[in-house]
Design a protein around this ligand. Structure first.
Ligand code: ATP
Ligand code: MG
Length: 720
């Protein structure tokens, strides 16, 4: 039961404001009720920091001590801000601004631009990644999806550290950064990117903070106006505040001290952008009168997960570690964390996908499962493996939801229909808002069934599907709502960047996972070299990597799996070792996993040994997609087009019979690989990546028959 529930059985309910305090422990309650002066909450992961500050705001509003419009709550991500607004609303504290530093600054910048600078407000560049891709193309540098995201990250780092393009290579080298591409190339892309932006009268996210700080510093009248509006500030994840963000916060505050910060120094993971936990740890020095509260009860994770988290912290060193707090789980016992070693990365991804399928079969919703990795480039092999296993997934930290073109287009269509059909509640009564939305979206080409394949088309389909689910949830929570109401809700969410949850397994980097929680978490690729990442050289850098693992572990409520692969590609040398951070924590010397260790019957021959080489040009293959095809993406395909077509037809029929999307049978890439290899016998087929044991058992006979030019006999092959 949430604290907001009104219940006459509680004496506190006599004063409805106190109802907000019911779901809090004594320390959390102290946070919630200390509404005056500076407050600092120092606490470990999952101890309810975010919950405590949300309830604090609600309590202040409900007791009339805080005017909703005078409070600015700052959280780390737009999703967190959206969730906080939702929670505040349900606690009866509507109208409080909950934003990221960026979105709060952007709003102020847009509002005051005409007065402070004059002329047209520069437009915010919403699709940075696309601009970076465009800049790359202009420089004739081809970047794959992972590289594109990592190069974008490098540009962001350069900007927050105020490094101009020409200085990037030297600065990056000095900071010990391992760039995803040649540093001179990145500098070139970065310079072109800045130029493109200027030419088109646009600013990016990093520019927003810089410009807002500039205006607040120079224009006292504007600073005063903002201070008159916002009088109380709450900051979540304060350990990762950057100097620029702190500067902005100071400018907002002026001489006042109505500030409540919460954080966990052990979760500092953004030092690479210049952030530092010093602001959190020195809060008392700066505000000697501050109330400091510590929380130690972990409400999120089982004792088994908490035990591992504490073990990790015990090995931590450095300033943040001196302030560590031993977590105490408040939950019932659960399963022990699972440690899994694999021969190579595709095998690891396949193993993880299999375990995920098992969890889903056991009733864990896909949306309650996450796969977390160190760098974005690791995601592709998991995207493939999950698609092969027929498991829906969403990428976090990818392009922001409301900025995707397909979402834009869908909302435009809904708005058009809402306008032309007027607000006819009768119509909605008859048809239902959900069906109405589906009809409008079908008219612009959206299908109720997902398209085949796992690429961009599939991503787009998932975004629109998320919009449909949002509409359905909205209709359920607001009976009688019209299409126009829905459009208004979407506009509000867009302004607030509150994306709907896509129902699928989350794939995210450890950095993007902060503050979040799932029932089941898979921490993958845990080798020395990936975590800590090779370019973490100094002690401080290695400690930050350890904290990243701590953040990862503490995202899990119940199931936690930690895995690594001994070599990258199938047949590669088993030269890797599990992360040194797990030494002394993982039981004994972990026995190498055997195929079929998960209790599976192994009937397929083992993969071929030796490095995987392109069968056309002989280059060593490393990318997941290329490994699947056994050739470079650029090398000419020797596919038998007729065979490919026959396989597609068969796949469509299989999918139809089982009521599954086609990509659950085989992805396009796997089908291409089969058509190219045209396997003549079982051994050959089983070696094609994407043909796992289950699929081999289920479809092998059919596929071999089709390849041999025969009719598949698989009437009942789906339950073979
Ligand atoms: P992180 O450091 O990861 O940001 P946090 O300290 O902000 O974690 P929350 O996200 O606020 O922790 O809380 C973790 C989980 O524990 C949430 O699911 C929250 O609802 C639950 N929780 C927190 N406090 C309580 C409580 N007093 N009673 C029951 N559940 C609680
Ligand atoms: Mg939190």
């Amino acid at each position: 039961m949430t604290a907001a529930t009104h219940s006459s059985s509680f004496s506190a309910a006599a004063d409805p404001a106190d109802a907000v305090l019911l779901g809090l422990d004594p320390e959390q309650r102290e946070v919630a009720t200390t509404l005056r002066g500076p407050v600092c909450v120092l606490a470990g992961a999952g101890t309810g920091k975010t919950r405590a500050i949300t309830h604090r705001i609600a309590y202040g509003v409900r007791t009339g001590q805080l005017m909703p419009a005078s409070v600015l709550a700052v959280t780390f991500t737009n999703r967190a801000a959206g969730e906080m607004r939702g929670r505040l609303r349900s606690l009866g504290a509507e109208g409080v601004q909950a934003r990221t530093f960026h979105s709060a600054a952007l709003r102020q910048l847009q509002y005051f631009w005409p007065r402070a600078v004059g002329g047209e407000v520069p437009r915010l560049l919403e699709r940075k990644i696309q601009f970076v891709a465009e800049a790359g193309a202009r420089c004739r540098i081809r970047l794959d999806r992972g590289e594109l995201r990592d190069v974008t990250g490098e540009i962001e780092w350069a900007k927050v550290t105020q490094t101009v393009p020409a200085d990037y290579p030297a600065a990056a080298l000095k900071a010990g950064r391992e760039a995803p591409r040649d540093m001179a190339e990145i500098a070139q892309i970065y310079g072109t990117y800045e130029q493109l932006k200027r030419d088109r009268g646009m600013i990016d996210f990093e520019d927003v903070l810089l410009l807002t700080v500039g205006i607040l510093q120079d224009r006292h009248d504007i600073a005063e106006q903002i201070r008159a509006q916002y009088q109380h500030f709450v900051v979540d994840e304060y350990q990762d505040v950057s100097p620029l963000q702190q500067r902005l916060l100071d400018l907002w505050l002026g001489e006042r001290d109505s500030l409540c910060v919460v954080g966990d120094a052990s979760q500092t993971i953004y030092s690479f952008t210049g952030a530092t936990p010093d602001h959190l740890l020195n809060f008392r020095t700066r505000y000697p009168q501050a109330t400091v509260v510590k929380l130690v009860r972990d409400y999120r994770s089982t004792p088994q997960v908490v035990h591992l988290a504490n073990g990790l912290l015990n090995q931590a060193k450095g300033r943040a570690a001196e302030h560590r707090l031993e977590l105490v789980s408040q939950r019932e016992g659960g399963p022990d964390p699972v440690y899994a070693e694999y021969a190579d990365e595709p095998a690891e991804a396949e193993g993880v996908a299999r375990r995920i399928s098992d969890l889903i079969a056991a009733g864990v919703p896909a949306g309650e499962i996450a796969v977390l990795f160190r760098i974005n480039a690791q995601s592709e092999v998991y995207e493939q493996a999950l698609a092969d296993a027929g498991v829906p997934y969403q990428l976090r930290g990818a392009e922001r939801f409301f900025e995707r073109q397909e979402v834009h287009k869908a909302i435009l269509a809904l708005r058009g229909t809402a306008r032309s059909s007027g607000n006819d509640p009768l119509l909605e009564d008859l048809v239902g808002l959900g069906s109405q939305v589906r009809a409008v979206l079908s008219s612009i080409g959206w299908t109720t069934e997902p398209p085949a394949g796992s690429g961009a088309v599939r991503d787009q389909w998932e975004s629109v599907a998320a919009l449909v689910r949002l509409a359905e949830d909205f209709a359920r929570s607001r009976p009688g709502a019209t299409l126009a109401d829905l459009v208004a809700e979407l506009d509000e969410r867009r302004a607030a960047q509150h994306a709907p949850t896509v129902q699928g397994v989350t794939l995210a980097s450890l950095h993007a996972a902060k503050g979040l929680e799932w029932d089941a978490v898979f921490l993958v690729g845990l080798t020395d070299g990936m975590l800590p990442i090779t370019y973490a050289k100094t002690d401080d850098q290695v400690e930050e990597e350890r904290r990243l693992l701590y953040v990862g572990v503490t995202r899990a409520r119940l199931h936690l799996t930690l895995s690594w692969a001994l070599s990258r590609a199938p047949g590669g040398r088993a030269s890797r070792r599990p992360s040194r951070f797990l030494n002394g924590l993982r039981p004994g010397s972990a026995a190498p996993s055997r195929p079929g260790a998960a209790g599976e019957r192994v009937t397929r021959p083992r993969r071929r040994r030796g490095p995987a080489l392109c069968r056309v040009c002989g280059r060593t293959l490393t990318e997941a997609g290329e490994l699947k095809l056994m050739r470079c993406e650029d090398c000419p395909s020797d596919m038998d087009a007729g065979l490919y077509e026959r396989l597609r037809e068969w796949r469509a029929a299989q999918a139809d019979r089982q009521g599954l999307p086609a990509y659950c049978v085989f992805t396009d890439k796997t089908l291409t690989a089969i058509a190219e290899a045209s396997p003549a016998e079982a051994g050959e087929l089983s070696m094609i990546s994407g043909v796992g044991t289950r699929k081999f058992d289920r479809y092998g006979a059919d596929v071999l028959a089709i390849c041999a030019g025969q009719e598949p006999g698989g009437e009942d092959s789906d339950d073979a």
